[in-house]
Design a protein around this ligand. Structure first.
Ligand code: AMP
Ligand code: GLY
Length: 420
């Protein structure tokens, strides 16, 4: 079978790498992909938004399975379009992907189905939102309803900050239509981690947990990024907490989606806050995390294609994947200046030396080929992954490999896996 992966980041290279290991797979195409993702069958110069072009390609190349990476493609209904064309695609339909693309929709879903989450109010009128902020206690969390590239959440320390966030989102429209509606919620205290679970409409299959490091700099300071590195397991979820996640989040999610007539077949990736009252859901992502995927595929020993197909076919209950007991670490090498502005087109060297090391795989994110060889082409450039017996060993291996790789102004965190 041929497989098509849609997207161009490190997540997509990691998925293509793992899919290519399946004995059932001939070629893995990636659209539009990056310099790493093209090694398993080739990159296709089509954007994730070009549904008709991608459907044509899938038909022409006899693609048996298309795997969607990015959230905006899912929200735009790419899976609906593939299914309408009689093609198999992995990911939720647009109506279900709204659980990521509208925070108000997700909060309402959680409230109605008893999924633990922060208390909240939803506003479409900025004057009403401001009036509410005058009575609330602080800190208070103000969230743009829609997709805002990870920038739509403000933790307001006082009423002035809350009102400024409301103004920016609802009146100045810095997130466009995505911020016309806001969710204002209670500030939760605890530690964060994220889980991934495949959902096939009637059951769920929980993956090992992972932890992302979202701030740009060591010690969790600096601006929020897409993610500067991951570790799996996170060391934060014990068996008792995992059981609560299964029953209070995943069981209720599956039952709730069914009750609401949402056809959710795909990856559910909830961000969790582990509070004194137990795990609470901060947000739902309806896709694989980036760079969570990079560490999860390193630990997955079973054939990922079997899992993707079982999710589409509703047969997850018969799957029992095996996972490496080792720890996986992914260190992101980013362009200097990221997540702000940065230069592109800088030559990259040393990936071969990095990958010659035991247990190391380097996933590309923002890279492209050029007449001068491999060059940078995005904010997050590479994800250097390593397996080790424990966090210390995996970290040592990942950082030793990262030390082999060079491009001008490279930026990374040195505390992935051990940050507070
Ligand atoms: P979200 O996009 O909803 O995951 O929010 C982004 C980040 O804001 C999260 O990773 C948390 O660090 C923080 N955050 C969001 N909601 C809350 C909350 N209710 N209480 C405390 N922190 C939050
Ligand atoms: N690593 C965070 C995300 O994929 O949303």
């Amino acid at each position: 079978m041929n497989v098509l992966v849609v997207g161009s980041g490190g997540r997509e290279h990691a998925l293509a790498w793992k899919i290519a290991k399946s004995p059932r797979v001939e070629k893995v195409f990636c659209a539009p992909g990056n310099a790493g993702s093209g090694r398993f069958g080739g990159n296709v110069p089509l954007a994730a938004s070009d549904h008709a072009g991608l459907i044509d390609f899938a038909r022409r190349e006899r693609v048996g399975l298309t795997v969607i990476g990015p959230d905006d493609a899912l929200a735009a209904g790419i899976v609906d379009d593939f299914r309408a064309a009689g093609l198999r695609a992995f990911g939720p339909e647009a109506a279900a992907a709204r659980l990521e693309s509208s925070k108000a929709f997700a909060k309402d879903f959680m409230r109605r189905h008893g999924i633990p989450t922060a208390d909240y109010r939803e506003f479409t009128d900025s004057a009403e939102a401001r009036a509410y902020c005058a009575t609330a206690s602080y800190p208070l969390v103000v969230k743009a309803d829609g997709l805002a590239l990870g920038k739509g959440v403000v933790i307001a320390q006082d009423i002035a900050e809350a009102c400024e966030a409301i103004h920016q989102s609802m009146e100045a429209a810095v997130f466009g239509d995505a911020g016309r509606r806001v969710v204002i919620e209670e500030f939760l205290v605890g530690t964060e981690c994220s889980i991934h679970a495949l959902i096939d409409g009637s059951s769920h299959l929980l993956f090992p947990d992972a932890r992302d490091h979202k701030q740009a700099f060591d010690g969790n300071v600096g601006p929020n990024t897409g993610g500067m590195g991951t570790v799996s397991p996170s060391g934060r979820l014990d068996d008792a907490l995992l059981e609560r996640v299964r029953t209070e989040v995943l069981d209720r999610f599956v039952a709730g989606a069914k009750a609401d007539g949402l056809d959710f077949r795909g990856m559910l990736f909830p961000g969790l806050m582990l509070t004194a009252d137990g795990p609470k859901v901060l947000e739902f992502n309806c896709r694989w995390g980036d760079p969570e995927t990079q560490v999860l595929v390193r630990r997955l020993e079973s054939d990922v294609v079997d899992l993707l197909e079982a999710t589409i076919d509703g047969t997850l209950a018969s799957c029992a994947p095996t996972w490496s007991g080792e720890t996986a670490v992914c260190v992101i090498l980013a362009s200097g200046g990221y997540p702000g502005s940065y230069q592109k087109g800088l030559p990259i060297t040393g990936i071969d030396r990095a990958e010659a090391r035991d247990g190391v795989v380097v996933f590309h994110a923002g890279t492209t080929g050029s007449p001068d060889g491999l060059v940078t082409n995005g904010g997050r450039v590479l994800g250097v992954t390593a397996l080790g017996a424990d966090v210390a060993a995996a970290r040592a291996a990942a950082y030793a490999a990262a030390d082999e790789i060079h491009f001008a102004n490279a930026q990374r965190r040195n505390d992935i896996g051990v940050a507070p």
